[in-house]
Design a protein around this ligand. Structure first.
Ligand code: B12
Length: 270
């Protein structure tokens, strides 16, 4: 497929170079970097041109998600942030951005890696950009006023997937809770020590993604129930696909989504 420089693309569209550059940054025009310069496929340019007279603004979260995924796989943080800003500007809430745009983009990268379409390096690159984007999104979940209570968000030992717990933490902050996010791979002794420090503790959320991680998750839940017997222990993440699995682990509650985690904790404070 013939490739074009951004200047050639701009000439063909009859717009300024910076306009095409912005289309790339916002994910409206797929592009890749070659020797330090951007290249676009003429078929993608034609697709943009056909949509050019109508509005090519995406309306569905799935469209934003696909645009984001393309930027993530290029390791293009500025472009990925541009997609998020555009989605926010079009009315997507920060919470929906996490659950309907960033989450599906990351999951799709993983699925494509599993199918051999995306390399391990690309998956790591995409993940590292996502972690930076979540860091930039954090302040948008800050809430003024009195905290509804403290929630500890944690993962079992051996668990390196931190994106789900980061998202759950921000969603809880957005709902008015003070969140202590312990991140990935938390040793059980350290966890049981820290949860006892917070007088305002209302719940502990344990996020587990590795499918082979349920043994560590079970030990974590058991240790937490012993350390803070009056505090609800909620579980979620890909290792806990159903309520039955959560019940078997001895958890107080389970939910399949980040919004579900917020509902569980809101249910505790009434
Ligand atoms: C990013 C990623 C990584 C990164 C993680 C980096 C990081 N700092 O987070 C890296 C590259 C390190 C990695 C490593 C590995 N990974 Co990986 N990874 C992924 C990937 C692409 C995305 C995971 C993610 O962030 N999802 C996004 C969020 C939003 O997920 P979510 O679960 O939907 O979260 C929501 C809900 O679950 C809920 N929720 C989450 N927590 C909680 C908690 C509570 C209390 C509640 C109520 C709700 C709740 O709210 C969230 C927001 O809505 C997935 C692909 C996929 N299909 O999921 C593979 C995937 C999870 N990884 C997989 C594997 C196999 C691995 C490795 C074993 C690979 C290897 N051979 O080394 C290692 C394991 C490392 C370890 N010890 O944990 C497999 C897991 C399969 C399995 N059998 O275990 C997957 C599914 C890829 C695949 N298709 O095979 N991985």
């Amino acid at each position: 497929m013939p490739s074009l420089t951004l200047q050639e693309a701009a000439d063909q569209l009859g717009v300024h170079y910076m306009t095409v550059y912005r289309y790339v940054r916002l994910g409206r025009l797929p592009a890749r970097k070659s020797g330090g310069t951007w290249e676009v496929d003429s078929a993608d340019l034609e697709g943009l041109r056909r949509g050019h007279d109508r509005s090519v603004r995406p309306r569905k979260p799935a469209d934003w998600s696909q645009r984001l995924e393309a930027r993530l796989l290029e390791g293009d943080e500025a472009g990925a942030w541009g997609v998020l800003e555009a989605a926010l500007a079009s009315g997507t809430s920060p919470a929906d951005l996490y659950t309907e745009v960033i989450g599906p983009a990351v999951t799709s990268v993983g699925t494509r890696w599993h199918e051999g379409e995306v390399t391990v390096a690309e998956e790591h690159l995409a993940t590292s950009v996502v972690l930076r984007l979540i860091g930039r999104m954090g302040p948008r979940f800050a809430r003024k006023g009195r905290s509804k209570g403290t929630v500890v968000v944690t993962t079992p030992p051996g668990e390196r997937h931190a994106i789900p717990s980061l998202m759950v933490s921000d969603l809880l902050r957005g709902a008015g809770f003070e969140v202590i996010d312990l991140g990935a791979d938390v040793p059980i002794d350290a966890l049981t020590g820290i949860v006892q420090k917070f007088d305002e503790l209302v719940a502990v959320c344990v996020s587990s993604t590795r499918f082979d991680g349920t043994t560590a998750l079970r030990r974590t839940v058991r240790a937490l129930k012993k350390a803070v017997p009056d505090i609800p222990i909620f579980v979620g993440g890909a290792s806990v696909p159903t309520q039955e699995v959560a019940d078997d682990l001895g958890a107080t509650g389970w939910a399949p989504t980040g919004e579900g985690a917020v509902e569980l904790v809101l249910g505790v404070v009434g």
